[in-house]
Ligand binder design. Structure first.
Ligand code: DON
Length: 331
C-alpha cells in the first residue's frame, strides 16, 4: 500500500497516486491479451482489444485518470442502471419492484432458459436482459425517442452535457439481436411488457448505444457514492432511496454470473457492459488508517477485451488491484 501523510488530496500525494495508477494501467494493459472483444453485435468487433483507461473522481473533488481516457464507447448494459433509476423516479420504487425482482440469477445476462424453467412471477432483476427490457417497457412515452428523453435528461444533469446516440452501433444491434427479440416475445407472451414490443426493443437498443467516456462513468459513480447528491453543487439528482437500491443491485447483480466473485474480491457496487465499460461506486468508509478516497469515489473503466462472462478482463483485474490497495470494499 502507498504510504504517506494523512491527507491524500495534497498536490504531492495526488502526484504519487497518479504515478501508481499509471503503473497499474500499464501493467494490466498486458492482461487485455487474455480476453476477446464482443462479436455478437457486429460493429463491437471493431474495437481495439488493447485499450485500457480509468477515471476516478472523489466526493472531495480529487480526480485521477490514466490510460485511454479520451476513447468513447457505448454504455451497453451499464444503461440498465439509468433506465432503472428513471423508471423508479417516474413510476415509483414500489411500482417497479412489484414487476421486477431483485434476485441474482447466476446465469448469463441474456439467458432465456432460466426464465422458462423457473417460470418466475416477475423477471429476476433489472440488470439481466429480461428484467431490463421489462423496465424499459415501463418508461413513459409512446415512441422510443419519448422514452429515451428522461434518460438523456438525467445524463445531462449528471454530466453537464447531453451525450449522443452511436447510430452505427444502434443499427448494428437492432439488426442482429435475435436473442433479445426472443426474450422480448417471451416477455410479451407472459404479460410482463407494459409497452409495445417493437418500441420497447428499439428503446432498449438505443439506451445501450449511448456514447460515453470513463470520465462520465466516474461522474455518475461519484453521485451514486454520495447517495444521489451531486458533491459539487450539493443538489439531489437521484433520490437517496433509489440510489441505495441501485447500489444494492449493482453489488448483487451488476457483474452478472460473476457478481458473487466480484463482491467477494473487489467488494464495491459495479455494473459492466459488453463494450468493455465498468462503472464502480466506492461509498465513504471508516478505517483506522488514512487511505485514498476515504470519503467515497466513482470509478469508470474501459477495456473492450472481455472475459467469458462478458466483463472487461483487464478492467476487473485493475479494479481488484485498486480496491485491495486502497481497501475500497464496503465490507
Ligand atoms: O443486450 C445486449 O445484448 C447488449 N446490448 C447489452 C449486453 C451487455 O452489455 C451485457 N454486459 N455485460
Amino acid at each position: 500500500m502507498v504510504q504517506g501523510t494523512a491527507n491524500w488530496s495534497t498536490e504531492q500525494n495526488k502526484e504519487w497516486l497518479q504515478e501508481y495508477v499509471n503503473d497499474w494501467v500499464s501493467f494490466y494493459r498486458k492482461h487485455t491479451d487474455d480476453g476477446k472483444v464482443a462479436d455478437y453485435i457486429p460493429l463491437l468487433k471493431e474495437a481495439d482489444p488493447n485499450l485500457l483507461g480509468i477515471s476516478i473522481i472523489g466526493t472531495d473533488g480529487m480526480k485521477i485518470r490514466s490510460g485511454d481516457v479520451s476513447q468513447s464507447f457505448t454504455l451497453q448494459s451499464i444503461s440498465k442502471v439509468l433506465s432503472f433509476i428513471v423508471a423508479c423516479m417516474t413510476r415509483g420504487v414500489t411500482y417497479i419492484l412489484n414487476r421486477v425482482d431483485v434476485e441474482p440469477t447466476g446465469e448469463a445476462f441474456n439467458s432465456i432458459m432460466h426464465l422458462e424453467m423457473k417460470g418466475p412471477k416477475k423477471p429476476f432483476n433489472p440488470f439481466v436482459n429480461a428484467g431490463a427490457i421489462t423496465v424499459t417497457s415501463m418508461l413513459e412515452g409512446n415512441t422510443s425517442d419519448e422514452k429515451m428523453a428522461p434518460i438523456y435528461n438525467l445524463l445531462e444533469k449528471m454530466l453537464g452535457y447531453r451525450p449522443v446516440l452511436n447510430v452505427d452501433i444502434y443499427e448494428s444491434e437492432r439488426d442482429s439481436s435475435m436473442r433479445n427479440r426472443a426474450i422480448g416475445y417471451y416477455l410479451l407472451e407472459t404479460g410482463f411488457l407494459e409497452s409495445d414490443l417493437n418500441i420497447t426493443l428499439e428503446t432498449y437498443f438505443k439506451q445501450c448505444s449511448i456514447n460515453i467516456t470513463v470520465d462520465d462513468l466516474a461522474r455518475i459513480g461519484v453521485i451514486l457514492a454520495n447517495d444521489g447528491e451531486d458533491p459539487d453543487t450539493k443538489t439531489e439528482i437521484i433520490p437517496r432511496q433509489v440510489a441505495r437500491i441501485v447500489k444494492a443491485l449493482m453489488l448483487t447483480c451488476g457483474m452478472y454470473d460473476a457478481s458473487g466473485k466480484f463482491a467477494t474480491y473487489v467488494g464495491v457496487p459495479a455494473k459492466s457492459g459488453v463494450s468493455g465499460g465498468i462503472i464502480a461506486v466506492a461509498p465513504p468508509r471508516v478505517r483506522e488508517e488514512e487511505l485514498p478516497f476515504m470519503s467515497g469515489c466513482g470509478i469508470g473503466v474501459f477495456g473492450p477485451a472481455l472475459d467469458e462472462r462478458g466483463n472487461s478482463i483487464a478492467g476487473i483485474r485493475l479494479l481488484k488491484h485498486i480496491a485491495s490497495q486502497w481497501d475500497l470494499s464496503v465490507f
